[in-house]
Design a binder for this molecule. Sequence first.
Ligand SMILES: [Zn+2]
Length: 467
Amino acid sequence: MFSLFDTFSGSLRPLPKTGKPVKLFVCGPTVYDDMHIGHARTYLAFDILVRLLRARGYKINYIQNVTDIDDKIIRRARELKTTPRRLATDFLHRYLADSRSLGIVSVNKYVKATSVIPVIINQISRLVHRGFAYATPRGVYFRVKKFKPYGRLSHQDITTLRSGYRAEPDPGKEDVLDFALWKKVTVPAEPSWPSPWGKGRPGWHIEDTAIAEKYFGLQYDLHGGAVDLKFPHHEAEIAQAESLSGRQPFVKIWLHTGFLTVSGQKMSKSLHNFVTVADFLKKYHPDVLRWLALNRHYHSPLNYTSVSASQSVNSLLSLKSFFAYLDSCRFVSPKRPAVTSALERFTRVWNESLDSDFNTPEAIAAVFSLVREINTLGVLYRSEAALIKKTLTSRLKEVGLSIHPSPVPDKVKELISKREVLRAVRDFRRADDLRDAIAALGFRLDDTPSGPVVVRNDLEITPLKKL
Ligand SMILES: [Zn+2]
């Protein structure tokens, strides 16, 4: 049975297969800037999870919200001398294009906040009606005091939370913890919608509960997002939804992904260490980022460095080289039991690791244990190699990876043959020179039981070398 770590209860919770679609909501982007690799880490983690669950036979209905109206959007549009609507549309297109480039294809529907304004207004009216919200001359706020479990998801005490707040911009608010559901426009040129409380725009948290109610209802299965959204965003979502429905829990399992740092530091404009997805893809194949995400448990923080990127390239290349070796095995003979039992062990560890809170680093480690074990068996027979390849291909596909060694050009093949001749006459110095020459052309060479295997390093984008 597949189980996931629920942040709310702090425990592993089973995800039963009921035949009905599992409803998953993941907090999507605020579209005022380009996607960076920190965002990508979260969206890749959920893409991998959804692909895996679907491969396991679950039906998943995966929705991401898009915040296309927000203070940050308005501010950025002013800086760039454009309109908030145009800015949001442009960055949404770029976000979707980056997601596609990264192979994130598992989202069923992206829903814009501006597409659910009537639902938002309806929810705020119901909250006001039940005493969970109140209007001031500047907007409408959620009355946190009225919702007793507030702070439970982030395991925080409401009194401590309150003392952490500084001066309040709206003197009409009853409590510093109260959060905006509706903000009245102060500048006539700003985007606004009519409402019972005057022209304005929604607060950030209410868009997610409105989208949830429209597509899922006010109780559903899985809600995910980056760890920094736990408070106040997800806490606010729970308060809104449970006050609206009068039922608990809003969400059965809360999933949070760890932070991504760059060389040990948080990404920030002032440190000039922002790595956008577009920057990353100028240097590396998208699989390199997926590989980085896979090799770290999704809760854990991930530290990105140029060294970790190179390590990813190397381990992916070694896997490509192993696949190329499998393709090179020609001898015909029946399969040995050692091979089938190694594969059975691998499949068991792979499944158990992923079934238990989606432990991808453990699953990937199992791939390399299998490779090491197989490499101790000497020359593989063709049928064995085919079975190993089939098993690995189908497992890796579950997490969105496909391993294809690129064709090797004739010029490189000639260098390999020359090197073999030199090795046969024990001229190892010149043979090593040729190995270096092959590496300099962007190819990795491994000597295997069935001879030299070469794969092209197509994971790092480097200027094309002349062959
Ligand atoms: Zn959200």
